[in-house]
Design a protein. Structure first.
Ligand code: UVW
Length: 354
C-alpha cells in the first residue's frame, strides 16, 4: 500500500490537499486571504485574545492539564533569589555591568489559551482495510508509527515526568507555526444571542445568528465563536467554580450532522472558541449506547477527518463587544502557535487588529 489508507472514515476528506499534507484547511489561508485580513484594519487597534496563561487556575477544569510552574535558571549552582540579587556577568569579569534573569516554565501546552494540532485527537478506524480498527489521525497518519505516545515511567514522582517523550513525527504543531497563521478572522457572537447558558448550538440556530448579524463566512476564513465562557472563568480569578462553569456558555453541537456538513461546505480554515472544546461536551452517558462513538464528535470531524485545527479557551469578549459596537464582524487575525517540533498542542497569544 503506497497510500497511508485504503479507506477513509465517513465524512472525511483525506487527500484533499495531497496524501502527505499535514496542514489541512489552513492551506486555504493563502497570501490573498492575508491581504483580505489586512483590508479589515482600519483603526490599528489591537486586542490580545489570550487569557493569562495561568488561567483557569488549578486542575479542576481539566485534571490532566497542569498549570505553569516557573523556575529561575541556576547560575553558578544557585538561583538569583538564593544569591539575593540578579546574576551578573561581573562574576566572570568584575568590569562587566550587565545583570541577568532567565527562567524555565513547566506546563501543559494545552492548559490555557491554546491550539490543538492535527496530532491532538485521532480515532479508531480500519484505514488499511484489514478488518481491524487502528488508531489513525488526519490523512491516515498512525498512532505508534507517526505519532508516538509517551512511555509511562511509573517511578516518576511528578505528573509531568510520568509520560516522557511523546513525539508527533507527523502533524505536530510546528506545521501550523510554519504557516504563520495570519489572515481574516470572523466573529460569531453566540453569547449575544444565546446568553451565557449551557446550549448546544446546532445548524439551524447558527444560521439564524449568522443571518441576524449579517455574518458571511468564506473559504479560508478563521472563525471565532464567542460564548463568554473565558470571561466568566477569568472573573473567577484562578479558583474555577466547576458547577457554575458547566452551566455557563454555549458550544457547537458536534452531533448535528447538518452543522458538520456546513463546516466542510463553507471551507472555513479553522474554528476557534473561548470555551474549552469548541463543541459542548456531553457528560458521560449513563444509559448504554449501542454503538462505538467518539466522546468529542466535533474534534473527530474537524481534526481527524477534515484537517481543521481547533483553538480553545481564547479570550474573545472585548473584541466581540468592540466589533458589535462598530457594526463589524471581520478583523485581521495573527495567531501563530509555538514552533515546537513534535508537540501536539501549543499555548497561543493571538492578536486581532481592527
Ligand atoms: C480533549 O480534552 C481531548 O481535548 P480538548 O482540550 O481539545 O477539548
Amino acid at each position: 500500500m503506497t497510500r497511508r489508507w485504503k479507506q477513509s472514515p465517513p465524512g472525511a476528506h483525506w487527500g484533499e490537499f495531497g496524501d502527505d499534507d499535514q496542514r489541512g484547511r489552513m492551506n486555504l489561508v493563502t497570501p490573498a486571504k492575508v491581504l483580505e485580513g489586512i483590508a479589515e484594519v482600519r483603526t490599528g487597534r489591537t486586542f490580545c485574545l489570550s487569557l493569562p496563561l495561568d488561567v483557569p487556575g488549578g486542575t479542576t477544569l481539566n485534571p490532566r492539564r497542569q498549570p505553569p510552574q516557573r523556575f529561575a535558571v541556576l547560575r553558578d549552582g544557585k538561583s538569583a533569589g538564593q544569591q539575593g540579587f540578579c546574576w551578573s556577568y561581573a562574576s566572570e569579569d568584575a568590569d562587566l555591568t550587565d545583570v541577568v534573569n532567565d527562567d524555565v516554565v513547566l506546563m501543559s501546552l494545552q492548559y490555557s489559551t491554546q491550539w490543538d494540532s492535527l496530532a491532538h485527537v485521532g480515532a479508531h478506524f480500519d484505514a488499511d482495510g484489514d478488518g481491524i480498527a487502528e488508531a489513525v489521525f488526519y490523512n491516515g497518519y498512525r498512532a505508534g508509527r507517526d505519532i508516538r505516545p509517551g512511555i509511562e515511567n511509573e517511578q516518576a514522582t511528578n505528573a509531568f515526568a510520568r509520560f516522557p517523550d511523546p513525539q508527533a513525527d507527523a502533524l505536530g504543531i510546528e506545521h501550523l507555526a510554519e504557516h504563520g497563521v495570519q489572515g481574516r478572522g470572523v466573529m460569531v457572537d453566540l453569547a449575544h444571542h444565546v446568553g451565557r447558558v449551557r446550549t448546544a448550538v446546532g445548524y439551524d440556530q447558527l444560521m439564524r445568528i449568522l443571518e441576524t448579524d449579517k455574518v458571511e463566512i468564506e473559504a479560508g476564513d478563521m472563525v471565532c465563536l464567542h460564548t463568554g465562557f473565558a470571561d466568566t472563568l477569568l472573573a473567577m480569578n484562578r479558583a474555577p467554580d466547576l458547577t457554575r462553569l458547566h452551566e455557563t456558555g454555549s458550544g457547537l453541537d458536534g452531533w448535528d450532522q447538518k452543522l458538520l456538513n456546513w463546516i466542510v461546505d463553507t471551507r472555513l480554515a479553522c474554528l476557534l472558541a473561548d470555551n474549552p472544546a469548541v463543541e459542548l461536551v456531553v457528560p458521560k452517558l449513563t444509559t448504554p449506547f449501542p454503538m462505538r462513538r467518539p466522546r468529542l464528535p466535533l474534534h473527530e470531524h474537524c481534526l481527524v477527518k477534515n484537517g481543521i485545527h481547533l483553538g480553545e479557551l481564547w479570550y474573545l469578549t472585548e473584541l466581540a463587544a468592540w466589533l458589535r459596537a462598530n457594526d463589524r464582524n471581520r478583523f485581521l487575525l495573527t495567531a501563530p502557535p509555538l514552533r515546537l517540533p513534535g508537540a501536539v498542542g501549543s499555548p497561543a497569544t493571538p492578536i486581532a487588529t481592527v
